[in-house]
Design a binder for this molecule. Structure first.
Ligand SMILES: Cc1cc2nc3c(=O)[nH]c(=O)nc-3n(C[C@H](O)[C@H](O)[C@H](O)COP(=O)(O)OP(=O)(O)OC[C@H]3O[C@@H](n4cnc5c(N)ncnc54)[C@H](O)[C@@H]3O)c2cc1C
Length: 339
């Protein structure tokens, strides 16, 4: 029998440090627990939300329903051939523990994703990415359970419709599944991706180019650039990098010749949202208890007592300002939960 807790503080379960409560909260250690909880949701017609490490969420109010916290554990080898090893990790495994495990086993693929907060179960949801790599580059299949009929599923990489910070789990299957485990296909042979920013330079400072030096270099870069959620609550990059037409890019470039850009194809260009926000003058600015981080304008931080509504309001003001200044509509990467 699962153990439902009532009137539970969600403060330990969200990295933004928003002090809200859930009417009901349940940890699920097994697939049977998950099925039992799904029955409960159906029988009682309960609103629900699945969470992992809460590092990509902002609650704007108390959650009047059931929070489902999958804690399925375990990392194991599924199979291997001469070039690859397939590793399965439970949804509740801490993401960075999985990365550390693969680096220790000398398996290539996840090292650039070191130190991203959260759990394995959430990694396919927004197709986490950093330093030139995305989870989709290594995900073989995602296993889970459909909430409407309690059936198990196995979705292949193609089925997941991965895209930049996007997947089927944020669209057709939004709030319709509980991911139980993910299988990653990792390479035995040396394949590094060090082309992003100053990664190569930072690795070389540590000595030879190997998995453990890459992991350590990425951790150091991240620590120097991103606020520690234990000091200042945050959810990492608050907005997605917008993709705009070439025509709009040319128009903005006319007024802002230093506009950075990453071509997507012949027609579309990705622009760093952090550059737009910084150029609009928001870096280091505060509104009450919420601020734009003074080292990285893409990150909003909790100065201590922020409410989710404060965060939402500052995000809206920034979205409107960027729209007015650049004709670009920023989209939140972070999931806002509540009205
Ligand atoms: C300091 C900091 C740095 C960050 N850096 C990066 C980065 O470099 N790259 C990046 O991509 N992200 C980054 N993030 C965002 C975040 O860490 C990732 O999105 C992460 O995958 C969220 O995992 P989580 O377990 O905390 O998910 P949560 O925030 O708990 O949930 C996120 C979403 O996934 C859903 N979900 C969670 N678990 C499950 C499950 N088992 N089944 C079904 N749905 C589920 C939730 O309903 C929600 O919609 C950063 C965040 C912080 C705080």
């Amino acid at each position: 029998m699962v153990d439902i807790q009532y009137n539970t503080s969600l403060l330990p379960y969200n990295t933004f440090g928003i002090d809200v409560k859930a009417a009901q909260f349940v940890s699920c250690l097994t697939i049977d627990d998950i099925k039992e909880v799904i029955t409960l949701i159906h029988d009682q017609n309960l609103p629900y939300l699945v969470i992992g490490g809460g590092s990509n969420l902002v609650f704007t109010q108390d959650f009047d329903g059931l929070i489902i916290y999958p804690k399925l554990d375990g990392i194991s080898t599924v199979k291997q051939d001469q070039q690859h090893v397939w590793i399965e990790a439970g949804a509740g495994v801490v993401w960075d523990d999985l990365v550390a495990y693969t680096v220790n086993k000398n398996l290539h693929g996840l090292e650039n994703l070191s130190y991203i907060p959260g759990h394995v179960g959430a990694s396919p949801i927004q197709n986490i990415g950093a330093y030139g790599i995305e989870a989709k580059d290594s995900i073989e299949v995602v296993n889970g359970i459909y909430i409407d009929n309690k059936q198990s599923f196995t979705l292949t990489n193609d089925d997941c419709e991965f895209d930049y910070r996007n997947s089927i789990f944020k669209n057709k299957l939004k709030n319709k599944t509980i991911v139980t485990s993910v299988i990653f296909k990792l390479a035995k042979k040396t394949t590094f991706n060090l082309s992003y920013g100053n990664v190569l330079e930072e690795v070389e400072k540590l000595g030879e180019i190997n998995l453990s030096n890459i992991r350590n270099a990425i951790i150091e870069i991240r620590k120097s650039k991103l606020p520690n959620p234990e000091v200042n609550g945050n959810a990492g990059s608050f907005f997605k990098n917008p993709i705009i037409t070439k025509a709009l890019y040319t128009k903005i470039l006319h007024n802002y010749p230093t506009l950075p850009s990453y071509p997507i194809d012949d027609h579309f260009i990705k622009i760093p949202a952090g550059w737009l926000i910084e150029t609009a003058g928001w870096k280091g600015q505060s509104r009450g208890q919420v601020a734009v981080h003074d080292k990285q304008a893409l990150v909003l931080i909790n100065k201590g007592l922020a409410t989710g509504k404060d965060v939402f309001q500052l995000a809206q003001v920034i979205i409107t300002d960027i729209k007015n200044k650049f004709e670009i509509e920023l989209e939140a990467e972070v999931n806002m939960i509540g009205s």
